[in-house]
Write a protein that binds this ligand. Structure first.
Ligand code: HEM
Length: 182
């Protein structure tokens, strides 16, 4: 059972790390002070990388564990899992979104001189938000602990943190001409 516990614990902490990254990403873009932005960006990226490492551990453990039969091919064809197929498809699509955003983020520094890449980077980064939302959906659909009070509190807390950061970010724009006020 050890692997099964590792898998679930890694999944929960990965979800928290992606939530922290999403929250800080929004707070960073709402901040103008260079020094504060630097530190927020730093923690944003560190949380995202930690989340990806834990996601790797989560996926490795659920595939390696004999408690449930999940083939590695689910990573290539998300709809092919025999175990909780819909929840696994949502989780795999979340993984695609988060990995795509991470690869684009890593390439950003190297391709900073490319105007075309810089132009499209922001659009590609939306994959991270979609991936985060899908990961919340996956946790609500897949988890053994999904209906326990503590797991519900974590999941609702994650949703509330991102909603709060989104409202903070929105409050730093003044409609109708989207001029930043902070
Ligand atoms: C961003 C991607 C993902 C995140 C953040 C994530 C997170 C989680 C979380 C929080 C849980 C609930 C743990 C619990 O209730 O104890 C969970 C369960 C699970 N996840 Fe993921 N997951 C992701 C992707 C995947 C992928 C790609 C797979 C399969 C290839 C997968 C397979 C599973 C399995 C088998 C369970 C346990 C279901 C059960 O308890 O019966 N996850 N995941």
């Amino acid at each position: 059972m050890t692997l099964w516990y590792v898998a679930r614990a890694a999944g929960v902490v990965a979800m928290i790390m992606f939530t922290l990254a999403a929250t800080l990403g929004m707070v960073t873009s709402a901040n103008r002070k260079p020094e504060r932005r630097f530190w927020l960006q730093y923690v944003h990226r560190s949380a995202a990388v930690t989340g990806l490492v834990l996601l790797g551990a989560h996926v490795f453990a659920v595939i390696a564990d004999s408690n449930v039969a999940i083939s590695p091919t689910v990573l290539l064809w998300p709809f092919g899992s025999g175990y909780r197929p819909f929840a696994m498809a949502v989780g795999t699509l979340a993984l695609y979104g988060l990995v795509l955003a991470a690869v684009a983020g890593a390439a950003r520094g190297r391709l900073a001189h490319s105007q075309a890449f810089s132009k499209y980077w922001r659009s590609i980064h939306i994959a991270a938000s979609v991936g985060w939302l899908l990961s919340i959906g996956h946790a609500l659909l897949a988890g053994t602990d999904r209906s326990t009070p503590w797991m519900l509190a974590i999941t609702v807390g994650c949703l509330a943190a991102v909603a709060g950061a989104g409202m903070y970010r929105a409050s730093t724009y003044s409609a109708p001409n989207l001029v930043r006020t902070r």
